[in-house]
Design a protein around this ligand. Structure first.
Ligand code: ATP
Length: 237
């Protein structure tokens, strides 16, 4: 079943058309990735799904419901959590306060259990639970941003550039956890990631976005084998 379905979506910044008729499907249970160069429209796509931007045309359907034009907090309440590029944790709040904020819009009980669940996946956050989030390293802030997203008990998580500014080793660590969250907790993921190699090794299915248009769509295994992807996104000769 398609948990998220976009059809012919157009989004603008003033007169600039950043999405030019985008149609994608995210199947329940999968990790789906969007590849694309800087400025292709990946972040715009994420913002359009989470309600931070309005689709001027087309439809965004989540879990069988049209969510175009819905306020971002209503979208979160529907079960869709956005972990934005640049993490955006609240630096003056503690790690645990940041996590609790992630639960503000949820309808289901069990916040305490879910804080423990987040700590199981990210033990370093438990160690630092009482510290201000601003003192965490970049990798730990990324973990906190994902943890905060999980606190909404999402059916779908949007992950925008989780590897931004992280070392290769930390990137591997974070992506291993993303895979586990998908497999063990059943969280469906829509992933935007500059590092195409990591994205294609993590996701099941992928789309290539160029200048606001989807130009390729296939399983990640097939995308990895494609000459164009190898040349333009994986840097192979
Ligand atoms: P990046 O990897 O650099 O984040 P991206 O693929 O996420 O790139 P977007 O940030 O979605 O790309 O940008 C898509 C297009 O919209 C680009 O041409 C960009 O210049 C333009 N754009 C993005 N934000 C704004 C804005 N606030 N005002 C005007 N144009 C914008």
């Amino acid at each position: 079943m398609s948990l998220l379905k976009l059809r012919n979506v157009e989004s603008f910044y003033g007169a600039i058309m950043a999405l030019r008729g985008v149609s994608i499907d995210v199947e329940e249970g999968q990790i789906v990735t969007i590849l694309g160069a800087n400025g292709a429209g990946k972040t715009t796509l994420m913002k359009t799904v989470s309600g931070l931007m309005d689709a001027e045309k087309g439809t965004v359907e989540f879990n069988g419901k049209t969510i175009n034009g819905m306020e971002p907090d209503k979208v979160v309440a529907e079960g869709l959590a956005h972990v934005p590029e640049g993490r955006e944790v609240f630096p003056y709040l503690t790690v645990e306060e940041n996590l609790r904020l992630g639960a503000y819009a949820r309808k289901v009980p069990g916040v305490e259990d879910d804080i423990e669940l987040v700590y199981d996946y990210f033990p370093i956050l438990k160690e630092r639970r009482g510290q201000s989030a601003g003192f965490l390293s970049g990798g730990q802030q990324q973990m906190l941003a994902i943890g905060r997203g999980l606190m909404a008990r999402p059916k779908l998580m949007l992950l925008d550039e989780p590897s931004l500014g992280l070392s290769p080793l930390l990137t591997q660590e974070i992506f291993a956890i993303i895979k586990r969250l998908n497999a063990e907790q059943g969280v469906t993921m829509l992933l935007v990631e500059q590092n195409a190699n990591v994205a294609l090794n993590t996701a099941h299915y992928g789309y290539v976005l160029e200048m606001g248009r989807i130009v390729m769509a296939d399983t990640c295994a097939a995308l990895r084998a494609s000459d164009d992807i190898q040349e333009f996104y994986l840097g192979k000769q």
